[in-house]
Design a protein around this ligand. Sequence first.
Ligand SMILES: [Zn+2]
Length: 169
Amino acid sequence: MHILKRPETEVEALAQALIDAKKQIGLCTVCFHLSAEQVCEICRHPQRDNKTICVVEDSRDVIALEKTREYKGKYHVLGGVISPMDGIGPEQLNIQALVKRVSQQKPEEVILAISPSIEGETTTLYVGQLLKPFTKVTRIAFGLPVGGELEYADEVTLARALEGRRELD
Ligand SMILES: [Zn+2]
């Protein structure tokens, strides 16, 4: 409805912008994040730490993690999670490229930041096993939402929060 009410020139400009974006944006050849260049901005950034690779499901996760401004390392986008029900096996994801990258670059740590769903869990365990021979593999802690109340959290979230506990600084 919003688009129908706009002048034709404006709608044409928007359509063109979408076509351009579709044509120009591909995947980074190193980390598989969305990129207009062969190698994305994060991979090319000279100040970013090469010793850590954070593995995520898709580019939206990279954008979400970038917003926190907490992480200064590199990324690797898997392009999904292992899901036999949907016909997605390890070979459909960017897992081989990750193993190759880790075995060659030898980062000090690989952080697995994959959703705690059943498929995400399977993917985390699978990828973790493949990477363990090359480096230290960690996973992000899952916990309680900020502003949430303990008694309203489901037991999986609560169990994860407990498991991901750390010593007070
Ligand atoms: Zn990249």
